[in-house]
Design a binder for this molecule. Structure first.
Ligand SMILES: Cc1cc2nc3c(=O)[nH]c(=O)nc-3n(C[C@H](O)[C@H](O)[C@H](O)COP(=O)(O)OP(=O)(O)OC[C@H]3O[C@@H](n4cnc5c(N)ncnc54)[C@H](O)[C@@H]3O)c2cc1C
Length: 385
C-alpha cells in the first residue's frame, strides 16, 4: 500500500486544517460544551465548503471522494477541537446505510440535505436491553397495508433530539431463525406522530452532541421508508459499521494528535528546576511514546480506509483500527494531562476535554471488547457451542 497522500488528498487535508484552525474558536468551544449546544454555525459553513458528505457521490451533493478523504477531514477537525470535530463528523451519522442500500429517490431525499446544511441524520440501533448484542431487536415494525407500524425504544442515539430523520433497526420478522435474519432498517422522520426524542442526561464528554432516548408508539411510516431489502437490516448495519468504525478511528487519531501537540508545546515552554520540562528525559520519553502510538494508529487507520475504498469489507482490519486508535487516544490524552501537571486538570487547557471526548471512541460503534471479539474471531475462528 502507498502511504503517501496524493496531491488532491494533501489539498483536502490542508483545506480542512485551515477551516478548523480559522473557525473552531477555543472560547466558543468551551461555551458550546458548557451549554451542550451543537455548533450549528460552524456546521453550516463546513457544509458550504463541502466537508460534510465529502464521501457522497456528487449527484447527491457530495464531493465524490472515498472514506479516505473523509478520514482526513475528520482527523483534522478532531485535532483542532475534539468536541466540535466529533459533532461535525457525526452530523451525517448512519446516512451511509442509505448511501449503500437505499434507492435513488431515498438518496436524493435524505443525503443531499445533509451536505447542504439543511438536515442532520441519526442511526438507532442500541436499545435499553440490546447494546453490544443487536442480534434481536425489541423495536418492532409490523407491516399494515402500505405502512410500517413501529413500536419500541432506542437509547444513546447520537443527534437524537436534533436529527431530521433516524435510520432505525427494527425486528420485522419474529419467526426468523437466527433472529437477526428478521431485521430491517427503516427511516423515521422527525415529527412523525408517536415518535419522541429525549436527552439521556449529563454525560462525560462530547457534550456538543445530543445523545437521546427515542420512543416509538404506533409510529406509522410509508413502506417506501424501508431501506434496501426487508429482513436484511442486520447485514446492512454490519457493513455500515465497517465504514463508521473507521470514521471513529479517525476521530481518535485526531484527538490523540491534538492532545499530543498541546502537550509538546507546553513542555517546551514550562520551566521547572530552572529548565524547560521538555529537557527532562521522563517527559521526553512520554512524548516519544505518544508520537509513536499516534503514528502506528494512523497507519492502521489509513490502511483500513484505503482497503474500504478498494471495495473490500474487512471487519478484522476495521476493528483493529478502531480498537487501537481508541486506546491510543485515551492513553495519549491521559499523558498530555500529566505533562500539563495541575493545569492539565483545569478546563482552560483543553487537554482534560480531549481526554473526556476520547473515552467515547472506545465505547460507541462497538466497545473495545467487541472489536477484540471481531479480531479474535477472524484469527482463531468461531467456537461452536
Ligand atoms: C455518547 C454515546 C453515543 C452513542 N451513539 C449511538 C448511536 O448514535 N446509535 C446507536 O445505536 N448507539 C449509540 N450508542 C450506544 C453504544 O453503541 C453502546 O453503548 C455500545 O454498543 C455498548 O452497548 P451497551 O452500552 O448496552 O453495553 P453492553 O453491551 O451492556 O456492554 C457492557 C460491557 O460488557 C461488555 N461486553 C458485552 N458483550 C460482550 C462480549 N460478547 N464479550 C466481551 N465483552 C462484552 C462490553 O464491552 C461492555 O464493557 C452511543 C453510546 C454513547 C454512550
Amino acid at each position: 500500500m502507498e502511504f503517501e497522500l496524493t496531491e488532491e488528498q494533501r489539498d483536502i487535508k490542508k483545506a480542512a486544517k485551515e477551516f478548523a484552525e480559522g473557525e473552531f474558536d477555543r472560547e466558543l468551544a468551551r461555551e458550546l460544551e458548557q451549554k451542550h449546544e451543537f455548533p450549528w454555525e460552524i456546521w453550516r459553513k463546513a457544509c458550504e465548503l463541502g466537508f460534510i458528505g465529502i464521501h457522497f457521490p456528487e449527484e447527491f451533493g457530495g464531493g465524490g471522494y472515498g472514506i479516505f478523504e473523509n478520514v482526513l477531514v475528520v482527523e483534522e477537525f478532531c485535532r483542532v477541537d475534539s468536541g466540535i470535530g466529533i459533532a461535525l463528523s457525526l452530523s451525517d451519522f448512519a446516512s451511509e446505510v442509505i448511501l449503500r442500500f437505499g434507492t435513488k429517490e431515498q438518496k436524493e431525499k435524505y443525503l443531499t440535505p445533509l451536505t447542504q446544511g439543511k438536515a442532520i441524520s441519526a442511526g438507532g440501533f442500541t436499545e435499553p436491553d440490546h447494546g453490544s448484542d443487536i442480534t434481536l431487536m425489541s423495536t418492532q415494525a409490523i407491516k399494515e397495508g402500505d405502512e410500517f407500524v413501529i413500536n419500541g425504544t432506542k437509547t444513546f442515539i447520537t443527534n437524537g433530539v436534533i436529527a431530521d430523520y433516524v435510520v432505525v433497526l427494527c425486528q420485522t420478522n419474529f419467526d426468523a431463525s437466527p433472529t437477526y435474519r428478521g431485521q430491517s432498517t427503516i427511516i423515521v422522520e422527525k415529527g412523525t406522530p408517536g415518535f419522541e426524542a429525549t436527552e439521556v442526561g449529563e454525560k462525560m464528554g462530547i457534550k456538543m452532541t445530543s445523545t437521546a432516548e427515542l420512543s416509538f408508539r404506533d409510529v406509522r411510516v410509508p413502506a417506501e421508508n424501508l431501506v434496501g431489502e426487508e429482513n436484511r437490516g442486520f447485514y446492512q448495519v454490519l457493513e455500515f459499521f465497517d465504514e463508521s468504525r473507521i470514521e471513529i478511528a479517525a476521530q481518535a487519531v485526531g484527538i490523540a494528535q491534538g492532545a499530543y501537540e498541546r502537550a509538546l508545546q507546553y513542555a517546551k515552554e514550562r520551566m521547572q528546576f530552572g529548565r524547560k520540562i521538555a529537557e527532562f528525559q521522563a517527559i521526553q520519553h512520554k512524548l516519544a511514546e505518544m508520537a509513536t502510538k499516534i503514528e502506528t494508529a494512523r497507519l492502521l487507520l489509513y490502511k483500513a480506509a484505503w482497503n474500504f475504498d478498494q471495495g473490500r469489507i474487512d471487519p478484522k482490519l476495521t476493528s483493529m483500527a478502531k480498537f487501537y486508535a481508541g486506546r491510543v487516544a485515551v492513553e495519549v490524552a491521559d499523558e498530555a494531562i500529566q505533562i500539563f501537571g495541575g493545569y492539565g486538570y483545569i478546563a482552560d487547557y483543553d487537554v482534560e476535554r480531549f481526554y473526556r471526548d476520547a473515552r467515547i471512541t472506545e465505547i460507541y460503534e462497538g466497545t473495545r471488547e467487541i472489536q477484540k471479539n471481531t479480531i479474535a474471531s477472524a484469527i482463531v475462528g468461531k467456537w461452536k457451542k
